[in-house]
Design a protein around this ligand. Structure first.
Ligand code: GLA
Length: 404
């Protein structure tokens, strides 16, 4: 009998895999950490689920409500994890049912180490029990952190949790939060659906915050760290440059630039602001469907920096139907005038084998923030871009197509 059980266990582990096709486009949702930190409870999480529906964010494509660190209480006498009874008196299953009743999906957080970064019980040694609990609770998404992991091998630790999730029998999106320390892009494609590429983001456009033993990074710093990673991302396996800071204190221009660039990167769009109390400008940014469509394009090709002219970076991203997204990003502290003569450029993406040959093909131009059609690539592009802002365009081949 024991042999049979052992065989069954081993065969589950040997044949374990990640649940495929759960994230064919980058996941979209909300996570508690950036705005609320450890200050989470069931009243707050329900309020965010309500707001996600009422604000129109759900209609724009956001679906996961994710509780980050600090929801955990003690393990029970059998070792099963329980929620903090003061903060979640109704329990996680009731909260999960509530979120599902709104047509949303539910995410939770744990850590590969002995403790979470916030000092709560981690999953180390309890992976299969934790995964079983998450499946029972109806969890749809797990963010899995990397604190208190001294001596652990990252690939092995994440593989163990992947196998545990598979054995638990419920499809759960697996989000690796290992900060890029061990280059997860090189090994995590068959383990998870997304992996963090950097340390934590902070709500600052262009700065580094030094916390002593670690640093958090501004939007531009994180953007620069994505260089060279695009080959590794695609449908069901995404680079994750961390959650959004839109609505958390940067200027509207900066929030718009941050959101646009995350869409150019095919980044997961996980809002991190107070959804129940956001300005119209914040909501307009988060729900600009034409910009979101760039992120969610089914080709799943991450954009790249094509060139830079006087502190204005020009990014390109191949889209389906031979469309392209183009983003002019003004990184300078001053307003910039930009001129770009399309017809002098042939933009080549040699990794994904795409080409925009403006010497031969005319494209129609749609301005995605103005929400207007603004001519074709036959004419030079000209714009005045405020400091820390963008102009974002979608190009689609024009009917009359070839330049004579
Ligand atoms: C780490 C992660 C953050 C957040 C905190 C929670 O720093 O990178 O995104 O989950 O832990 O403690």
């Amino acid at each position: 009998m024991k042999k049979v059980v052992l065989f069954l266990l081993l065969s589950t582990i040997t044949h374990a895999q990640k649940y495929e096709t759960l994230a064919l486009t980058p996941p979209m949702g909300w996570n508690s950490w950036n705005r609320f930190g450890c200050n989470v409870d069931e009243v707050l999480i329900k309020k965010m689920a309500d707001a996600m529906v009422e604000s129109g964010m759900k209609n724009a494509g956001y679906q996961y409500i994710i509780i980050d660190d600090c929801w955990q209480g003690e393990r029970d006498s059998l070792g099963f994890i329980q929620a903090d009874p003061k903060r979640f008196p109704s329990g996680i299953k009731a909260l999960s049912d509530y979120i599902h009743s709104k047509g949303l999906k539910f995410g939770i957080y744990s850590c590969a180490g002995w403790k979470t970064c916030g000092g709560r019980p981690g999953s180390r040694g309890y992976e299969f029990q934790d995964a079983k609990k998450y499946a029972e609770w109806g969890i749809d998404y797990l963010k899995y952190d990397w604190c208190y992991t001294e001596g652990l091998n990252a690939e092995g630790a994440y593989l163990t949790m992947r196998n545990a999730l598979y054995a638990a029998g419920r499809p759960i999106v697996f989000s690796l939060c290992e900060w890029g320390n061990n280059k997860p892009w090189e090994w995590a494609k068959n383990i998870g659906h997304l992996w963090r590429t950097t340390g934590d983001i902070t709500n600052c456009f262009d700065c580094v915050v030094d916390h002593g033993s670690w640093k958090s990074w501004g939007v531009m710093q994180i953007l620069d760290m994505q260089k060279d990673l695009r080959a590794y991302a695609g449908p069901d396996h995404w680079n994750d440059p961390d959650m959004l800071e839109v609505g958390n204190g940067m200027t509207i221009n900066e929030d718009r630039a941050h959101f646009s660039m995350w869409c150019m990167l095919s980044a997961p769009l996980i809002a991190g602001n107070d959804l129940s109390n956001m300005s119209k400008e914040t909501l307009d940014i988060l729900t600009n469907i034409e910009v979101i469509n760039v992120d969610q394009d089914s080709l799943g090709i991450q954009g790249f920096k094509y060139t830079e002219i006087d502190s204005v970076e020009i990014w390109f991203k191949p889209l389906k139907n031979n469309n392209w997204a183009v983003c002019f990003l003004n990184r300078s502290k001053k307003m910039k005038e930009v001129k770009f003569s399309w017809k002098e450029h042939i933009v080549v993406d040699s990794i994904f084998n795409k080409k925009a040959d403006f010497t031969k093909i005319v494209y129609n131009i749609r301005d995605l923030w103005k929400k207007q059609n603004t001519g074709t690539t036959e004419k030079d592009f000209f714009a005045i871009i405020p400091s820390h802002d963008v102009v974002m365009l979608r190009l689609s081949p024009a009917k009359y197509y070839l330049i004579k």
